[in-house]
Ligand binder design. Structure first.
Ligand code: SF4
Ligand code: SF4
Length: 386
């Protein structure tokens, strides 16, 4: 079923294809990470509302026909779905390069063998910390030893070991131990990505935002390890927006290369864009990927720079960052077309400075909110959904 496309916005140049498809197969996840990037109201999507295997096959076919080449399989925890192997096989048959983003929970010997046989190209395993105590505390599960075993399985099945650790105030001082753990587990790549403050991380920002001194020490430690490791392991350190004075080019530009499909089939230019007001995002159940990408209002609204207002509109740097992140602008200013407040030229930059000053002054005493369905339902409808 293909509905009539929305009207495209003003004369923007035709974008390239959606090279990167992120398939969020489910929001179900056995972990409860305090920095989880899933929407705060994720529990409103029930398992019954998730796309079926056949729906995903059609999405993959349509995306491939539209020019997608990279497929991220994520969630929640994608291994919760027992059709993951079938989805990987279909993606492989269509010629995608497939990447599984997993907490490791559910990746047994038989499943990794089946995924390998289905043609899975790449696995990225997340850890929360180098110690059992902090790993298990931050995810509110006992998963540390299990993740170590899964790392061994990934190596044993001939995959490069790619580890991902989200950094924040509660684990950033362990960065040396985290890198040492990756080295001991034979990791070839490690992404040390400072938390960005959306969704659950935004709720917990007062406890998670590191101080500048913590950040600088972590960068020094990472650099020292780079020199020590040489070619053995590549380390990617992603700084948090809040400690910069210019925003990142969010998603490499709105509707430029990334297309996310959420568990219920909503198509988004980034996985948090659903929070933005006044935009109806299309659903793959009702509209083709080609039509969604090129013709929908949701994908056209913030493409390029035609939507900008000052200071971005007249800024000589706008091509570099296209005004930063629309979700961050909306969360902090309630205006999705504002300059990202991370930018020191934004009239709202003081909001970022206040948050950083609060981090420097020390953590406010308030309980961390763990990502779980009960908390999600309690928070749904009582606040905007960053
Ligand atoms: S961040 Fe944690 S809770 Fe959220 S989907 Fe990933 S593993 Fe699950
Ligand atoms: S004013 Fe806007 S376009 Fe210029 S650097 Fe700041 S965010 Fe980027």
């Amino acid at each position: 079923m293909t509905a009539a496309p929305d009207r495209p916005s003003a004369a923007a140049p035709r974008p390239g294809p959606p090279l990167w498809l992120l398939a969020e197969l489910t929001y179900r996840c056995p972990l409860h990470c305090v920095f989880c990037y899933n929407p705060v109201d994720f529990a409103q999507t029930t398992p019954e509302q998730e796309l079926s295997t056949e729906d995903w096959f059609r999405v993959l076919r349509e995306a491939r026909a539209a020019g997608s080449v990279q497929l991220g399989l994520s969630g929640g925890e994608p291994l919760v779905r027992d059709d993951l192997e079938a989805i990987v096989a279909e993606a492989h048959r269509l010629g995608f390069y497939t990447n599984l983003l997993t907490s490791g929970v559910g990746l047994t010997e038989s499943r990794i063998a089946a995924l390998k046989a289905a043609g899975l190209d790449h696995i990225q395993l997340s850890f929360q910390d180098a110690t059992r105590e902090v790993n298990d505390f931050l995810s509110s599960t006992k998963t540390f030893e299990l993740k170590q075993k899964v790392a061994g399985l990934i190596k044993a099945h001939g995959y490069p070991m790619v580890m991902n650790v989200v950094l924040h105030r509660l684990n950033i001082d362990h960065i040396g131990e985290i890198i040492a753990m990756g080295d001991a587990l034979g990791a070839e790549y490690m992404e040390l990505a400072n938390s960005q403050y959306y969704s659950w991380a935004h709720l917990n920002r007062a406890q998670l935002l590191p101080t500048r001194a913590q950040l600088e020490a972590a960068e020094r430690t990472t650099q020292a390890w780079r020199e020590k490791l040489g070619d053995r392991m590549r380390l990617f350190f992603v700084v948090p927006d809040y400690h910069g004075d210019r925003p990142k080019k969010c998603m490499n530009g709105w509707g430029n290369v990334f297309l996310t499909v959420t568990p219920d089939g909503t198509a988004l230019p980034c996985h948090t864009a659903k929070m933005l007001p006044g935009l109806a995002f299309p659903n793959v159940r009702e509209q083709s990927i080609e039509s969604i990408w090129y013709a929908s209002e949701g994908f056209n609204r913030y493409r390029g720079d035609g939507w900008m207002k000052d200071p971005c509109r007249t800024c000589p740097e706008k091509e570099k960052d296209l005004g930063g992140c629309r979700c961050q602008a909306y969360m902090l200013t309630q205006d999705p077309a504002a300059a990202d407040p991370v930018c020191s030229l934004s009239p709202h930059h003081h909001l970022i400075e206040q948050a950083v000053a609060q981090a420097e002054a020390g953590v406010r005493e308030q309980p961390l909110v763990f990502r779980d369905p009960k908390a999600s339902l309690a928070l749904s409808g009582t606040r905007s959904q960053p």
